[in-house]
Design a protein around this ligand. Sequence first.
Ligand code: MG
Length: 404
Amino acid sequence: MPVAPEGSATVNAPLLLQPYACDPARTRGRRFLEAPAPTRSDFQRDRDRIIHSTAFRRLVYKTQVFLNHEGDLFRTRLTHSLEVAQLGRSIARSLGLCEDLVEAVALAHDLGHTPFGHAGQDALNACMHDEHEAASMLPGEPAGGFEHNMQSLRVVDDLEERYPAFNGLNLCFETREGILKHCSRANAQWLEAREPGGVGARFLSGRNPSLEAQLANLADEIAYNAHDIDDGVRSGLLTLEQLESVALFDTYRRAALQEFPGLKGRRLLFEAIRRMLSAQVYDVIDATRHAVRDAGVCDVEDVRQAGVLVRFSPEMKRQSSDLKRFLLVNLYRHPQVMETTGRARQVVSGLYAAYCAAPEEMPLQHASGEGVGLSRRVADYIAGMTDRFAIKEHERLTGQRLFT
Ligand code: MG
């Protein structure tokens, strides 16, 4: 079995926050002042707002790796986000970090993803870099191109329409900081002009986010590495034999077989993945405890000045990188996946061209918008689509049927 971290008898005990955790009672607050909720902390409230948002429900019909219509049991952005939240919460509790904040960031981290996963994002980004966009850009909108992390922030800051007094969900600084995992310099400057010293500032000064944000980020990686193995085998594009070349997986496949000789097929796959996940969780808990201690951080501001502290041990990091490389070569670049993503790109760029030529084909709030140019409004509309809606719209507007 995977080795539990040092002091594991008490590993799940702390519900008390460590001094370097984000305490909801000391949040840097919301952009628009609101009275506190009587029964929930600010981070619980953020999580609840995310769960009730429209963008969150759309995740159920958005691609992770396999298109939604390719099978009912593959991960979607929604089930992926739930798995990230589960891993994040369980590590947070052991480290004395704020579980509610990790959960909120995990559930929101993919809200800005386009339909068709990375293929959709790349296509939209390419469309957004053309001269059409430059011509239509207005000062009230982000810099050129399409970045899904920036779009996730845009969803919670601007695009959700649920409250009478403001756009977006009016989340706390710490939640927004965690959602904006990456950001180009141009967009960081745009954010900084809009919100001085806000969520864009760290990308300009080279600082890090809270431990909770760092944890949601690493939990994302642990989650997709594991579930992409599962989905890869389920799809028939990967085999258990192929996976024997991946040390991180094979160690736990062998361990499972040693304890249960004769175990095979699906149960062997699941047991190996389960053990692999536990080993990574324990590794992160141990390595992070040491890193936090060695860095001598006393509070959240110290954390932001320090290097990335939520981490794997060097050996686990190496093994995790090997697994990622394996998935890239054998799954994400599998001819069958590439063929589907090629058609997905066509759908997204076809939709972009069609709406730019005929904005009236979009719903009214996208067809005309205040302070935001046509290109960005088209991108916001496309990014919000589910896979199947994008396919249907593309067929309606172009007459081409790319997916049956
Ligand atoms: Mg993710």
